[in-house]
Write a protein that binds this ligand. Structure first.
Ligand code: NDP
Length: 520
C-alpha cells in the first residue's frame, strides 16, 4: 500500500476488514473547497524520521557520484513526467488546497517545470571549482582551489500555500548539488509532495535519495534533529522554533518566513495598471501568498480614483470551488485557522474605524471561503496593516507624500517583497532602494519570484538566507578549500626551529611590504 491512501481505497479496506480503518496515527487531508476528507497519510514519529534520514544518508554518496550530468538527466526526465502527468498533479494540488486551476498552474506546476530545467542546467556552473590567487606572501606559488561539497542530508520543511513549489521546489537545487533530501510537507497539503516523489522515482531518482516524512509539527522537529541542514518555508513563529532547535546541533538553517508586503502608489502612476495589479496580487491564491500585496499606500491626489477602480474590480471577482479553467478567480481558504486570522484582522480594523467597501465576511459553504475584501480608513493601529493577514484582503491607506509612504512601508517587522508604482522609473528605483525588504518591484509586484537567476529572500522577521541564484544552491554545500604545494623549499621561513636571522629577515620583509602607502 502506498503511504497515501485515497479515501475510496480506505473505505474499501475498512469494509474488507469488517469495520472502520484506524485513525490514531494517520492524518486526514481535507479538500477545503468542499469540506470533504480526500485522503489519509501517516503521522510519522521521531523514530520513523530518523530511519528516513539514515536511509537518505546511505543513498547520498552514490547520488553525488552520478555527477552533474547524471543528476540533470533525472531532472529533465522529471520535468517530462510533470508535463505528461500535469492533470493528475494539478488535480491533486487543487483538491488539497482549494485553489483555482490558474493558481496551481502559475504558482506551483509551471514554476517547478521551469525550476527543474534551471537547476539541471545551472548547477554545474554555480558549483564549479574556483581557482583563487592569494595575496598573502606566505602562499606564494601555491595552488588554492575551493570546491563546493554537498552538505549531506538536507531537510526541506514546507508550508501549505504552494505545496509543490515551496516543498519539492526547494529540493531541486539541493539534489542537484549532490545532497539527499528528506521532504516534510505541511500536514494540511502532503499529497502533491507524495505524488512528486512518485514522479521522481519514475524519472530514475535512486531509492532513498528523496524520502517524504509526512506528519505534523513534531515530525518537522524530528527532521531538524536529524538533517545536516534545514531549508524552511513557513511562519516566522515556527521559523524561530526551528532555529532554536537547530542551534542544539549547530545545524545550519535557511528560513523563508512571513511578509506584510507594502505597495506604494504615487500620484503619477498608471492607475489602471496599479489597480489591476493590486487586486490580482492581493487576491491571487486566495491571498495566501507570502509576497502578496498586504497593504497599499496611495498619494492623496489619486487616492479616490485608485480606490474606486479597486472596488469596481474586486466586486467583479468570482469566488467558489475551483472547477473548469477560468471558472473563478478566488478559491478557498486552505488552512482552517487562517480564516479566523483573516476575520479577526477585518473585525479589528472595523472596530478601530476602518470601512469595508467590498466583502468583509466569510463566504458561503460547504467549503471554507473568505470574501475578497477591500478596507479603507485604515492605519497602523490595526492588525490588518501590521500583522500578516494571509487572506484575500486589501487595506488601502491615504498618504500625504512619498516620504510618508516610505516611512510607513518600513514601519513593519517584516521585509519580504514590496512595490513602487510611478511613471518616473528613475524615481521609482530611487525609492525602491529606500525600502527595507529583500525584494522591490517598480510597476509590478511579486513577479520577481520567478526570476530564479536572482536571490529571493527576506530581511528582518521575513527570513534568513535566500533561495534562487548561485547563492541559492551554494547554501546546500560546504566550501572545501584545498591548498596545494608543489615546488617548495624543505623549510619555509615560518617553520621550526626559529633563528634570530630568519626571524629578522621575515619581519623586515613584511614591514617593507606593508609599510608602503600605496594600496596593495
Ligand atoms: P507553519 O510555520 O505553520 O508551518 C510550516 C511547516 O513547518 C509545516 O510543514 C509545519 O508542519 C512545520 N512545522 C510546524 N511546527 C514545527 C516545528 N516545531 N518544527 C519543525 N517543523 C514544524 O507555516 P504555514 O504552513 O502556516 O505557512 C504559512 C506561512 O508561510 C506564512 O507565514 C507565509 O508568509 C509563509 N511563507 C513564506 C514564504 C517565503 O518564501 N518567505 C513563501 C510562502 C509562505 P504542519 O503543517 O504539519 O504543522
Amino acid at each position: 500500500m502506498s503511504v497515501v491512501e485515497r479515501d475510496e481505497e480506505r473505505g474499501a479496506r475498512a469494509r474488507a476488514n469488517g469495520g472502520a480503518a484506524e485513525d490514531h496515527d494517520r492524518i486526514a487531508v481535507e479538500n477545503p473547497a468542499t469540506g470533504e476528507t480526500i485522503a489519509h497519510v501517516p503521522d510519522m514519529g521521531a523514530d520513523e524520521v530518523a530511519e528516513l534520514v539514515a536511509r537518505a544518508r546511505r543513498a547520498q554518496p552514490a547520488w553525488d557520484a552520478l555527477g552533474f550530468e547524471g543528476r540533470a538527466r533525472v531532472m529533465y526526465e522529471a520535468r517530462a513526467w510533470l508535463v505528461e502527468n500535469r492533470d493528475r498533479m494539478l488535480r491533486t494540488i487543487i483538491e488539497e488546497t482549494g485553489k483555482t486551476r490558474e493558481d496551481a498552474i502559475v504558482g506551483d506546476w509551471s514554476f517547478i517545470c521551469d525550476s527543474l530545467g534551471f537547476w539541471a542546467k545551472r548547477a554545474r556552473r554555480y558549483l564549479k571549482d574556483e581557482r583563487v590567487r592569494s595575496r598573502s606572501p606566505f602562499l606564494l606559488g601555491k595552488k588554492l582551489v575551493v570546491r563546493h561539497r554537498p552538505i549531506g542530508v538536507v531537510g526541506v520543511i514546507g508550508p501549505w500555500n504552494f505545496p509543490l513549489n515551496l516543498c519539492f521546489g526547494d529540493a531541486i537545487a539541493a539534489l542537484m548539488a549532490g545532497n539527499a533530501v528528506v521532504l516534510k510537507p505541511s500536514e494540511i497539503t502532503p499529497l502533491s509532495t507524495l505524488l512528486m516523489a512518485e514522479g521522481m522515482r519514475a524519472a530514475g531518482l535512486p531509492e532513498g535519495v528523496m524520502p517524504v516524512a509526512t506528519g505534523r509539527g513534531g515530525t518537522g522537529a524530528a527532521l531538524v534533529d536529524g538533517a545536516d541542514m534545514i531549508m524552511f518555508t513557513g511562519s516566522t513563529a515556527t521559523g524561530k522554533k526551528i532555529m532554536a532547535r537547530a542551534a542544539e546541533t549547530l545545524t545550519p538553517v535557511s528560513l523563508e518566513l512571513g511578509g506584510k508586503d507594502p505597495m506604494i502608489v504615487l500620484r503619477d502612476a498608471d492607475l489602471e495598471r496599479a489597480a489591476n495589479a493590486a487586486v490580482s496580487y492581493a487576491m491571487a491564491n486566495g491571498g495566501q501568498v507570502c509576497t502578496s500585496v498586504e497593504r497599499v499606500y496611495v498619494e492623496e491626489p489619486v487616492y479616490d480614483d485608485f480606490v474606486a477602480r479597486v472596488v469596481d474590480k474586486t466586486r467583479r471577482l468570482r469566488q467558489g470551488a475551483p472547477g473548469e479553467p477560468g471558472a473563478v478567480e478566488v478559491g478557498a481558504v486552505t488552512f482552517a485557522p487562517q480564516a479566523d486570522v483573516v476575520e479577526d484582522h477585518v473585525h479589528d480594523a472595523v472596530e478601530k474605524g476602518a470601512r469595508v467597501l467590498v466583502g468583509g465576511e466569510r463566504g458561503a459553504g460547504p467549503g471554507r471561503f473568505f470574501q475578497p475584501t477591500v478596507l479603507t480608513d485604515v492605519d497602523h493601529s490595526m492588525k490588518a496593516m501590521t500583522e500578516e493577514t494571509f487572506g484575500p484582503t486589501l487595506p488601502i491607506m491615504k498618504v500625504r507624500d512619498e516620504e510618508e509612504a516610505v516611512r510607513l512601508a518600513n514601519d513593519s517587522e517584516y521585509g519580504l517583497n514590496s512595490s513602487v508604482w510611478t511613471r518616473d522609473v528613475e524615481r521609482g528605483e530611487a525609492i525602491a532602494r529606500r525600502i527595507e525588504a529583500g525584494n522591490t518591484c517598480v510597476n509590478d509586484g511579486l513577479i520577481n519570484f520567478v526570476a530564479q537567476e536572482v536571490p529571493f529572500g527576506g530581511v528582518k522577521s521575513s527570513g534568513l538566507g535566500y533561495r534562487h541564484s548561485g547563492g541559492g544552491i551554494r547554501k546546500y554545500t560546504q566550501p572545501h578549500t584545498i591548498c596545494v604545494t608543489r615546488f617548495a623549499p624543505k623549510r619555509e621561513l615560518h617553520f621550526y626551529p626559529y633563528s634570530a636571522r630568519t626571524s629578522r629577515m621575515l619581519e623586515r620583509g613584511l614591514a617593507l611590504l606593508y609599510g608602503r602607502k600605496r594600496r596593495r
